[in-house]
Ligand binder design. Structure first.
Ligand SMILES: [Zn+2]
Ligand SMILES: [Zn+2]
Ligand SMILES: [Zn+2]
Length: 255
């Protein structure tokens, strides 16, 4: 299984529109971050592509990474930066000629159905739209031979979904992990976890908090994502412990 980081930027993306800070004006390509999303590639001859979130930048990410199939989507939560690319899934329907199955927790499913009502309404008026099924998931299930486990995590006061896929975990927009979810994460080899910046934030881990979670779970590799323009790939990356690294758009992780 391979995991491709399609985007590792916070909700504004980096550079931020109108900002002239050192990171936003940097020439370092790894400081250019589209909105947070990842692709799980199951491997093998009939390998499947599972997309985590339909970020605002889904179209650009698909073109940049030569993605020509999306076999399923796992949603983490319904914040705009994680779902507003949903309409771009329609091109994959055209290629695959199949409904794309999408999964999320109950609240996420409800919010997506409400916010993108036109996708789930039968009306000629709306023209060409994605063809999706959307299922609420609370328990582990099997998807294309992979074990997929939803993991409840806090994002400020909201509970959202992190995903464990076999022995890799993807926890974006996380501010704390309750004890029962730590149990679901035991034994992960790869941890991809959100870390907004150095300073604390009410609804996202800081870099230090993400590193602390990594110490608790001790995976072989930890990758920090959902980075803001307060994080410099080179300067901040150099200060991390040896098994922890910053994500960059296009990064490929074996898991
Ligand atoms: Zn976010
Ligand atoms: Zn900036
Ligand atoms: Zn969020």
């Amino acid at each position: 299984m391979k995991i491709r980081i399609l985007g590792c930027g916070t909700s504004t993306g980096v550079p931020v529109i109108g900002c002239r800070c050192e990171v936003c004006s940097s020439d370092e390509p790894r400081n250019r971050r589209t909105r947070t999303s990842a692709l799980i590639q199951s491997g093998g001859k009939n390998g499947k592509n599972i997309l985590i979130d339909t970020s605002t930048d889904l179209r650009v990410q698909s073109l940049k990474n030569d993605i020509e199939r999306i076999d399923a989507v796992l949603f983490t939560h319904p914040h705009a930066d994680h779902v507003h690319g949903i309409d771009d899934l329609r091109v994959f329907n055209l290629i695959q000629k199949e409904i794309i199955p999408c999964y999320g927790d109950r609240l996420t499913v409800e919010r997506i159905k409400k916010a993108f009502d036109y996708i789930f309404t039968d009306s000629e008026y709306d023209g060409w739209k994605p063809s999706l099924s959307l299922s609420a998931i609370e328990e582990p299930f099997e998807l294309f031979g992979l074990k997929v486990t939803p993991v409840g995590i806090y994002h400020g006061t909201a509970v959202i979904t992190g995903w464990r896929i076999n022995d890799a975990a993807y926890l974006t927009d996380c501010s704390s992990v309750p004890p029962e979810s730590l149990e679901r994460l035991r034994g992960v080899n790869v941890l991809i976890v959100g870390a907004l910046r150095r300073r604390p934030h009410p609804s996202h881990f800081s870099i230090d908090q993400a590193v602390e979670l990594s110490r608790k779970l001790s995976p072989e590799r930890t990758v920090l994502t959902h980075l803001s323009h307060n994080v410099d790939y080179v300067k901040d990356g150099d200060t991390l412990p040896s098994a922890v690294e910053l994500a960059y758009d296009g990064m490929e992780i074996d898991a």
